[in-house]
Every structure is written in structure tokens, then in C-alpha cells.
Design a protein around this ligand. Structure first.
Ligand SMILES: Nc1ncnc2c1ncn2[C@@H]1O[C@H](COP(=O)(O)OP(=O)(O)OP(=O)(O)O)[C@@H](O)[C@H]1O
Ligand SMILES: [Mg+2]
Length: 281
């Protein structure tokens, strides 16, 4: 089943805005259980895609379905229950001063029974590896921990899809790794469909599939490896290769025969065999 399906979607922010940005006849699908990375430079339309998916924005034309439910005013509530969005700034996403209250906030707003809320807090804190912080003060947590709490708050609503809109952008490398580990686990173990919007190419490598956006269009689509092989094209969309891609490219420019790989061990093997070949001749 499709978790998300955009069919011929048109969208513009305003008459005036149409000159520099609009989405025309956009088709985009994400399968249930899939982990899709969305790449694209600033202003390419990634957040617009996220906002359309959970009904914050409504398309001017075409159809958006979430698990076969057509996104209309009437179904807005159902769709939002299925699609959780985590944003960039962890400080804008916390509402209570104590971790468990913060995680419970969304679930309390949909008026779940108290016991059920308790179970969901347990589940969500466990899923993001923050059980021991249940009674901690949110303000004292690190950026990565706060973002994990934001994810837990979304998880407490039991969404079937999670969209992370540059949720790692404000974090240090360690915080980023914490979030990515949590996201991978949610996808693999909880079978939550994931759309990861990111500027970090290394993060996209972990996805099943990646799409590249440019000016409101999806201009590239494939496995992350397929996309990263197309260096020149990526550059035209103002995107750069993940570091290992840059290393392969430089090595080749330097005269070493290495294939494009995203696997560090196989790159190391290729370099080693190049060096051996060099010694022998
Ligand atoms: N509320 C709005 N009203 C008018 N124009 C908007 C609005 N929000 C975004 N835009 C414009 O729409 C275009 C796409 O914006 P969007 O936020 O989807 O890009 P993005 O890919 O998420 O960029 P970034 O990497 O900076 O987050 C941009 O040109 C932006 O200026
Ligand atoms: Mg954005």
C-alpha cells in the first residue's frame, strides 16, 4: 500500500509567489514501511512537500492520499493522526518543562485515557532511548536529547508515517547520529514509514530511496547509491557529494582506478590493490 501518494499536485503560496516558486503536476509516492530521503538546496520545496503531506497546506489541484485516505478538510484530522512531523528547532517543539509532560502533551490533546497516555509515554521514551530522563528538566537536555524528546512526543500519537524536516540541522555530529539511530530503529523495528528531509548527504545514504527536489520539482530519484553516482547532475542542483563520493572522485582525478562506492571497506580494498599494482610495475 502507498503510505503517501501525490498525484498531479499543483500548489503555489500566492499569486505573487508563483513567479519564483510553484509546484506543478507533482507525482510522489512513498510505500508503507519505506525510508525515503528528500534532498534539495534551500527553497527547493522540501518543507512545502512536508506541509502538504500532513495538510498544513492544501493543494490547488491534484490529489494527496495518505494510506488511501484522500486528504480533504473532512479527513484532515485522520491524516494528521497518521503523519507526525518533527521540525528543525528542538527549542520550538517543547511545550512543558518536564520531559514526561512534554512527551504527553500531544496525546493529552487528543483526549486519550490516562492509562493509555502512560503506556504511550513509556513506549515513546523507550523508542528514543530516553527512559531515564522521564522526570528530567527539558531545558537542561542537549540539543540531540531535546530533539529525541520531540520525536517521542510525535511517537506518543502513534503515527504510521514520520516526516523529519531537517530535524538534525541544528545538532552537532553526535546529536545527529543519535537522531538518525532512532529514526532507523523506528523504521526497522516499529515499521514506521520515514521521510527524512536533510541537507546531509551522509544521512541520505541510509535511506531505501532518495529523491532530489529543485524548484518545486522532483528532478532525481533512485537508491542513494544511484543518485550519488550522478555527480555532475547533483552539482547542477547545488548539491554536493557525501564525503566518500568526493574521495572517490579525487582519487580518480589523481590517476587511481577506483569505482564509485559508498562503502568505506571496499574503497579501502580498492586503494590497497591499486597500491599493490603500483609496486609490482
Ligand atoms: N509561507 C510562505 N509564503 C510564501 N512563500 C513561501 C512560504 N514558505 C516558503 N515559501 C517559498 O517557497 C519556496 C519553497 O520553500 P520551502 O520552505 O518548501 O523550501 P525548502 O526546500 O524547505 O528550503 P530550506 O532548505 O531552506 O528549508 C521558497 O522559495 C520559499 O521562499
Ligand atoms: Mg525547509
Amino acid at each position: 500500500m502507498h503510505a503517501i501518494e501525490f498525484r498531479n499536485v499543483d500548489f503555489a503560496y500566492s499569486e505573487e509567489g508563483q513567479r519564483d516558486f510553484r509546484i506543478r503536476q507533482l507525482n510522489f509516492t512513498v510505500e508503507e514501511g519505506e525510508f525515503v530521503a528528500v534532498l534539495g538546496h534551500n527553497g527547493s520545496g522540501k518543507s512545502t512537500l512536508a506541509r502538504l503531506t500532513n495538510g498544513i497546506l492544501i493543494p490547488d489541484g491534484g490529489e494527496i492520499r495518505v494510506f488511501d485516505t484522500l486528504l480533504t478538510e473532512k479527513h484532515l484530522f485522520d491524516v494528521r493522526k497518521d503523519v507526525g512531523v518533527v521540525f528543525q528547532n528542538p527549542d520550538n517543539q517543547t511545550v512543558a518543562s518536564i520531559v514526561e509532560d512534554d512527551v504527553a502533551f500531544g496525546a493529552e490533546n487528543v483526549a486519550l485515557p490516562r492509562e493509555e497516555i502512560g503506556r504511550r509515554i513509556d513506549f515513546a521514551l523507550h523508542a528514543v532511548g530516553m527512559e531515564e530522563y522521564r522526570h528530567a528538566t527539558v531545558a537542561r537536555l542537549s540539543g540531540g536529547q531535546k530533539q529525541r524528546i520531540a520525536i517521542a512526543g510525535v511517537l506518543a500519537l502513534k503515527p504510521r508515517v514520520m516526516i523529519l524536516d531537517e530535524s538534525t540541522a541544528m545538532l552537532d555530529p553526535r546529536g545527529r547520529r543519535e537522531i538518525i539511530d532512532v529514526v532507523l530503529r523506528l523504521n526497522k523495528e516499529e515499521k514506521i514509514t520515514v521521510v527524512l528531509i536533510t541537507h546531509f548527504m551522509e544521512e541520505a545514504l541510509l535511506a531505501d530511496r532518495a529523491v532530489v527536489m529543485n524548484r518545486g520539482e522532483i528532478v532525481m530519484e533512485g537508491t542513494p547509491a544511484e543518485i550519488f553516482e550522478r555527480h555532475e547532475e547533483l552539482l547542477t542542483y547545488n548539491l554536493t557529494l557525501p564525503r566518500i563520493g568526493t574521495i572517490c572522485k579525487r582519487l580518480r582525478e589523481g590517476g587511481m582506478s577506483v569505482t564509485d562506492t559508498l562503502d568505506i571497506a571496499s574503497l579501502a580494498d580498492e586503494i590497497a590493490s591499486n597500491l599493490k599494482g603500483g609496486n609490482a610495475s
